[in-house]
Design a protein. Structure first.
Length: 97
């Protein structure tokens, strides 16, 4: 298990949460567009880390600094605004963090 900062080369492994939803889940059809948006905005208004078990992404956190977040937050500069976190259900309650 290790943590890796998300880069533009990691787009195919983003949104690992999509692995756990049944076929036909409505928002899954927007996954390609979400990945393209992440690629276009990575490093400006979104950052991320993946938790990997070997080559498999099993967890994530996507965030931004308050100064460049998507929504206008009224907080001090340098605060991380978390957009999304996920840990695949098979990894929960196993002391992975």
């Amino acid at each position: 298990m290790y943590v890796k900062r998300v880069t533009s080369e990691d787009l195919d492994s983003t949104f690992c949460c999509a692995k756990e939803f049944p076929p036909g889940t409505g928002w899954v059809k927007y996954l390609p567009a979400a990945r393209e948006w992440l690629k276009a905005n990575l490093g400006t208004c979104i950052e991320g880390y993946h938790l990997l078990d070997g080559d498999n992404v099993v967890g994530l956190v996507y965030w931004s600094w308050s100064e460049s977040a998507l929504m206008p937050y009224i907080v001090e500069p340098g605060v991380a605004c978390i957009y999304c976190t996920e840990l695949l259900s098979s990894y929960k309650h196993k002391r992975h963090g």
